[in-house]
Write a protein that binds this ligand. Structure first.
Ligand code: GLV
Ligand code: GLV
Length: 353
């Protein structure tokens, strides 16, 4: 070892203890001892790189949901926890993490899987990834509208399985027009607004119901605020864009579905529990409405025995609203930066509590 290096080595091993904000922080020269960040499932770059720079990153290398005992084991001592849909983040997980836990960063826009009241009690901040996934989810919403109305999935299967026998046929897979129809948007948040914007390109009439009226968006996009009941009665496509909470739980049940037109479709890319799924299955069986396009369910994943899978008039997707390469990577960046920026007390932190 050269003298130069030896000097350097001695220098970096000089260990000091600082007292900051009443807490003892151990410093290794000017480099803080790295706090642990636990990520419950593998996320794409640049998420891991951003976190590795600043923290001791522990990431589950798998993509399936952790068993709760494994989550509890792995989260111990973490300063931040990055979690995703399917992880249940409740008091037992927060207890297991212990008093170091300061941030719960959701790799999602929805946060109904986190017990926010418990987080507030413990002064843990919870963050999400708004903005970056709204356009992608609005695209998928439109895919569901088109797929349900025009029988896309059934027609594709018909071709693949060799059932297409007669070429062009006057009555093959007749569906419903999307253009010129009425779209009812429930929940005019960022995703609902972007769905309304897309609907203009299809010359749809757009009506909406939301807990707050937004007159600026109404005039900008030429959309009309109506009551939930009127929306259900008038729409050819009803598309749900509310977050799941006490007020929206089972907001669409038997009595609401009954108000819809027989030729109408129910589209849901928000949360499954906004719809009473049993009531929807029963309504579809009895042809109360024409069909449903769903990306989300009461309990995910659904099994083959779920009644929705037995019905020909449903299009069923496995919760892929935000699933594009670009968007998942942006979500990873935002979710990681929420932790880093909170730690450094600078930059944007998308807090929800
Ligand atoms: C997806 O459903 C999300 O909340 O990001
Ligand atoms: C609820 O989230 C709404 O916007 O109506």
């Amino acid at each position: 070892m050269s003298n130069e290096n030896r000097k350097y080595k001695i220098k970096i091993e000089f260990h000091i203890i600082l007292i900051t904000e009443g807490r003892q922080t151990n410093y290794f020269m000017d480099r803080p001892i790295k706090h642990k960040v636990y990520v419950t499932r593998k996320i794409p770059e640049p998420g891991p790189s951003i976190l590795k720079n600043r923290f001791q990153l522990k990431m589950n290398p798998r993509v399936d949901v952790l068993k709760s005992e494994n989550l509890i084991q792995n989260v111990r001592g973490a300063y931040a926890l990055m979690c995703m849909l399917g992880d249940k983040i409740d008091s037992s997980v927060m207890d297991a993490a212990g008093p170091n836990l300061k941030v719960i960063s959701c790799y999602s826009v929805g946060y109904d899987h986190v017990d926010i009241d418990e987080a507030v009690k413990r002064k843990i901040i919870v963050t999400n990834t708004p903005n970056v996934l709204a356009n992608t989810t609005a695209d998928l919403t439109f895919s569901l509208i088109l797929a349900a109305a025009r029988n896309l999935i059934k027609a594709d299967r018909h071709v693949r399985t060799g059932d297409w026998k007669f070429g062009w046929t006057p009555d093959l897979f007749l569906g419903y027009d999307v253009h010129g129809s009425t779209l009812g948007i429930i929940g005019l948040g960022e995703i609902g607004t972007l769905v309304a914007k897309r609907a203009r390109g299809f010359d749809m009439k757009v009506i909406y119901h939301s807990k707050t009226r937004n007159r600026d968006i109404e005039s900008e996009l030429d959309i009309t605020y109506v009551s939930l009941e009127e929306l259900l009665e008038r729409s050819d496509f009803v598309s749900i864009h509310v977050s799941l909470n006490k007020d929206s739980f089972h907001m669409i049940d038997k009595s609401k579905i009954k108000l819809m037109k027989k030729t109408a479709f129910l589209i849901n890319t928000s949360r499954g529990k906004v719809i009473n799924e049993r009531d929807l299955i029963s309504a579809l069986k009895n042809n109360i409405i024409a069909g449903a396009g769903l990306d989300v369910y009461d309990n995910e994943p659904i099994s083959r025995s779920n009644g929705l899978t037995q019905l020909p008039q449903t299009v069923l997707l496995p919760h892929i609203g935000s699933a594009t390469f670009m968007t998942r990577s942006k979500m990873a960046e935002v979710a990681a930066n929420n932790i880093v920026n909170f730690f450094h007390k600078r930059g944007i932190v998308y807090k929800i509590n």
